[in-house]
Write a protein that binds this ligand. Structure first.
Ligand code: IMP
Ligand code: MG
Length: 197
């Protein structure tokens, strides 16, 4: 098989999709993400030997992490997704969690591993854990790529964590602001600019 070598039809359009000035410095680099996700994959492969987990990705933010993590696990995992909304379009949590898309899979007897992009207040995950436990999985654990230091407003049991980061807003690698910038390949600080200007 050979990649398609044809040039893009109008390559000049690419530049207009650049990230823009609000994308700040790299907080977690592509290389660090790659290495840490490989490690998490090895840990999960060892911990779940003989009982392959059902990975439950929390959309939309976890879609990039889920894709990389699932391929770093050497077990016949299943994948499913839930979509929850906890933010509206602001950069601060409302504390209100709404299930926008529920799981397709039956959790009874399954070893469920929730795959989250980022834990900020922890309210989303706290709600999800209670919601999923009510469906009687054989076990329930969480793998969060990012945890914001000092922000959690509820006790959480996080079995796997990728990185602890400062409590500032970040974008990229699945994380958005107003549904944009999810496709940046690294995690970046986000600078909303001075609202008074
Ligand atoms: P929590 O309920 O406050 O823990 O917020 C969790 C959800 O808010 C995450 O799953 C993200 O979707 C979103 N979120 C929290 N912090 C950020 C951020 O810095 N950038 C983008 N989304 C975030
Ligand atoms: Mg999320």
């Amino acid at each position: 098989m050979r990649p398609n070598d044809d040039p893009p039809a109008r390559s000049g359009q690419r530049a207009r999709h650049g990230p823009g000035p609000e994308v700040g410095p790299v907080v977690v680099s592509e290389e660090a993400l790659r290495e840490r996700i490989a490690e998490l994959g090895r840990d999960i492969t060892a911990d779940y030997a003989g009982r392959p987990p059902l990975l439950v990705g929390v959309l939309k933010g976890a879609f990039v992490f889920m894709s990389d993590l699932s391929r770093a696990i050497g077990l016949p995992v299943q994948v499913d997704f839930m979509a929850v909304a906890s933010y509206g379009s602001a950069t601060r949590t409302s504390g209100v969690v709404r299930i926008v898309k529920d799981l397709d899979a039956d959790l009874a007897g399954q070893h469920v591993l929730v795959v989250e992009d980022i834990v900020d207040s922890g309210l989303t995950l706290n709600y999800l854990q209670r919601y999923l436990l009510a469906r009687r999985p054989a076990s329930l654990e969480v793998c969060a790529l990012l945890v914001k230091d000092g922000q959690q407003r509820t006790a959480l049991d996080l079995r796997y964590v990728g990185f602890h980061i400062p409590p500032d807003f970040v974008v990229g690698f699945g994380l958005d602001v107003d549904e944009r910038l999810r496709n940046l390949p690294a995690v970046h600080a986000y600078d909303a600019g001075d609202p008074d200007v």
